[in-house]
Design a binder for this molecule. Structure first.
Ligand code: HEC
Ligand code: HEC
Ligand code: HEC
Ligand code: HEC
Ligand code: HEC
Ligand code: HEC
Length: 335
C-alpha cells in the first residue's frame, strides 16, 4: 500500500524529484488502492520529509563544511588507480559498481552522488530505509584475510572507505624482523578496524589485557553515523559535516559528563614516540624509517601499534580500552 500510494504521489506532485516517471506509470493500474487514505498520507509525507528544498538546504550547508567536500587529498590521490576508490567521486563509483580501478584524468571530491544514488526499494516500512545509499551492506575489508565488518546500519557506508590499507606484521618464527617499508602503517583510514578492535598487533607478555574484538562500548552501542552524523549542537559538527564533537548530543545517551580524552593515552603516546624516535624507527614527524638491520619483532609490533593509534586520528576515542592496551604494552616492549 505504501509503495503504491507513494508512487502515485510522484505522478501528481510538482515537487522536483528527477527521473521517477518510468516507475509511476505502473501505478496508474493500481490506483484504486489509493482509496486507503491513511497510507496515502503517510507515503506522501515520508517522501517530502527528505525531498523538500527546506530539508535539503541545511544538509547542503553542513556538507560544505565537511572534509569530504574539501577533498584535500583529491589532487594527490584522487586520480591514482590504487587510491581513487576512496579519494574521488569517480574512483569510488567505479569501485562500488564493480568496475576495475583505473587512473582518472580529472578526479573530483566526494559529493552527494558518491554515496547516494537511488532507492533499492520504496517499501521503507517493511524493508527499512536505504537512504538511497550505494552501499550500506556488510563490508569485506580489502585486506587479504577476508574480514567482514557489519554494523547492520548506514555506518557500513563509512567502512567502504575508512579501512586500513595494510595488515599488521607477522613474525617469521625467528622473533626478529627487518623493516624495509617506508609506508609501514595501516593508512589514515583505520577507524573501522579500531572501533572493531582488530588489526592491532598483540604483544605477548604485556601487563594490560587486550579487549576482545567487537566488545568496545562505542562499537556495541554507537556507530560512525550516530557519533558523526547526529544532530548538531554547534552548527559545526554532526549531520553532513561528518565531524564528531565532544559536545554532540549523541554522547549524552551514555555519558552524563562526556570525557574529552582517553585518560593517560596522550602521555603514553608521547613516551612511545620518544622511544621509537631514539631507536631510529621513526623520524621527528613520526614517519616510519626503513631499517638496514633486524630488530626484535616486538619492537616492530610496538611501531605498528603506535602508527595504528596515531593514524586513527581519534586519539583513542573510538576504542579507548583497545588503544590503551596497544600503547601500554608497546611501551613496555621497547623500554
Ligand atoms: C530518509 C530520506 C528519504 C526519504 C524518506 C525518501 N528519499 Fe528518495 N532519496 C533520498 C536521498 C538521500 C536520495 C539520493 C539522491 C538525492 O539526494 O538527490 C534519494 C533519491 C531518490 C530518487 C532518485 C533521484 C534521482 O535523481 O535519480 C527518487 C526517484 C526518490 N528518491 C524517490 C523517493 C520517493 C518516491 C520517496 C517516498 C516513497 C522517497 N524518495 C523517500 C532520501 C530519501
Ligand atoms: C568514498 C569514500 C568515503 C566514504 C564512503 C566515507 N568517507 Fe570519510 N573520508 C574519506 C576520505 C578520502 C577522507 C579524507 C578527505 C581528504 O582529506 O581528502 C575522509 C575524511 C573523513 C573525516 C575527516 C575529515 C573531516 O571532515 O574532518 C571524517 C570525520 C570522516 N571522513 C567520516 C566519515 C563517516 C562518518 C563516513 C560514513 C558516514 C564516511 N566518512 C564515509 C572517504 C570516505
Ligand atoms: C581504502 C580507502 C583508501 C585508499 C585506497 C587510500 N586512502 Fe588515503 N585516506 C583514506 C581515508 C579514509 C583518509 C582520511 C582519514 C582521516 O581524515 O582521518 C585518507 C587520508 C589520506 C591522506 C591525508 C592524510 C592526512 O594527514 O590527513 C593522504 C595524503 C592520503 N590519504 C593519500 C593516499 C594515497 C596516496 C593513496 C594511494 C596510494 C591512498 N591514500 C589510498 C582512505 C583511503
Ligand atoms: C560520504 C557519504 C555521503 C555523502 C557524500 C553524502 N551523504 Fe547523505 N547520507 C549519508 C549517510 C550515511 C546517511 C544516513 C545517515 C544516518 O543514518 O543518520 C545519509 C543521509 C542523507 C539523507 C537522509 C537523512 C537526512 O538527514 O535527512 C539525505 C536527504 C541526504 N543524505 C542527502 C545528501 C546530500 C544532499 C548530499 C550532498 C550535499 C549528501 N547527502 C552527501 C552519506 C553521505
Ligand atoms: C563514540 C563516538 C564515535 C564513534 C562510534 C565513531 N567516532 Fe570517529 N571520532 C569521534 C570523536 C569524538 C572524534 C574526535 C576525537 C578528537 O578530536 O580528539 C573522532 C574522530 C574521527 C576521525 C578523525 C577526524 C579528524 O579530524 O581527522 C575520523 C576520520 C573518524 N572519527 C571516522 C569514524 C568512522 C569511519 C567511524 C566508524 C567506523 C567512527 N569514526 C566512529 C567519535 C566517534
Ligand atoms: C553507546 C554508549 C556510548 C556513547 C553513545 C558514547 N560513549 Fe563514550 N564510552 C562509552 C563506554 C561504555 C566507555 C568505556 C570504554 C568501553 O567500555 O569501551 C566510553 C568511554 C569513552 C571515553 C574514554 C574515557 C577514558 O578515560 O578512557 C571517551 C573519551 C568517550 N567515551 C567519549 C565519547 C564521546 C565524545 C561520545 C560522543 C561523540 C561518546 N563517548 C559516546 C559509551 C558510550
Amino acid at each position: 500500500m505504501i509503495l503504491v500510494s507513494s508512487l502515485m504521489f510522484i505522478q501528481c506532485t510538482s515537487d522536483p524529484i528527477e527521473g521517477p516517471q518510468g516507475l509511476a506509470g505502473i501505478d496508474g493500474v493500481d490506483g484504486v488502492d489509493g482509496v486507503d487514505g491513511v497510507d496515502g498520507v503517510d507515503g506522501t509525507a515520508s517522501c517530502v520529509a527528505c525531498h523538500s528544498e527546506s530539508h535539503r538546504a541545511p544538509i547542503e550547508e553542513s556538507y560544505a563544511k565537511s572534509g569530504h567536500a574539501a577533498g584535500s587529498a583529491v589532487a594527490y590521490a584522487g586520480g591514482r588507480d590504487s587510491c581513487s576508490r576512496c579519494h574521488s567521486n569517480e574512483g569510488y563509483i567505479n569501485f562500488i559498481t564493480g568496475k576495475p580501478a583505473v587512473a582518472i584524468a580529472n578526479p573530483t571530491a566526494v559529493s552527494c552522488t558518491t554515496c547516494h544514488s537511488k532507492h533499492s526499494t520504496f517499501d521503507f516500512e517493511n524493508d527499512g530505509h536505504d537512504y538511497a545509499l550505494r552501499n550500506m551492506a556488510a563490508v569485506t575489508l580489502d585486506l587479504t584475510d577476508n574480514t567482514v565488518i557489519d554494523y547492520g546500519s548506514t555506518s557500513n557506508n563509512c567502512v567502504s572507505c575508512h579501512q586500513p590499507r595494510s595488515m599488521a606484521p607477522v613474525d617469521d618464527g625467528t622473533g626478529m624482523y627487518l623493516q624495509t617499508n617506508s609506508r609501514f602503517y595501516p593508512h589514515y583510514g583505520g577507524q573501522s578496524t579500531m572501533l572493531e578492535g582488530i588489526q592491532g598487533s598483540f604483544i605477548a607478555g604485556g601487563s594490560t589485557d587486550y579487549p576482545g574484538a567487537g566488545t568496545a562500548g562505542h562499537r556495541k552501542g554507537a556507530s560512525c553515523t550516530i557519533c558523526h552524523m547526529g544532530s548538531s549542537s554547534d552548527g559545526e559538527s554532526g549531520m553532513h559535516t561528518f565531524k564528531a564533537s565532544f559536545s554532540s548530543p549523541a554522547c549524552l545517551t551514555c555519558h552524563t559528563t562526556v570525557p574529552t580524552e582517553v585518560a593517560g593515552l596522550a602521555a603514553d603516546m608521547t613516551a612511545l614516540y620518544d622511544k621509537l624516535l631514539a631507536l631510529g624507527l621513526i623520524d621527528a614527524a613520526g614517519n616510519t624509517l626503513v631499517q638496514t638491520e633486524k630488530v626484535p619483532f616486538k619492537t616492530i609490533q610496538a611501531l605498528w601499534n603506535y602508527k595504528t593509534v596515531e593514524e586513527d586520528h581519534s586519539h583513542g576515542v573510538h576504542n579507548p580500552k583497545y588503544a590503551k592496551a596497544l600503547v601500554k604494552n608497546a611501551l613496555e616492549a621497547v623500554q
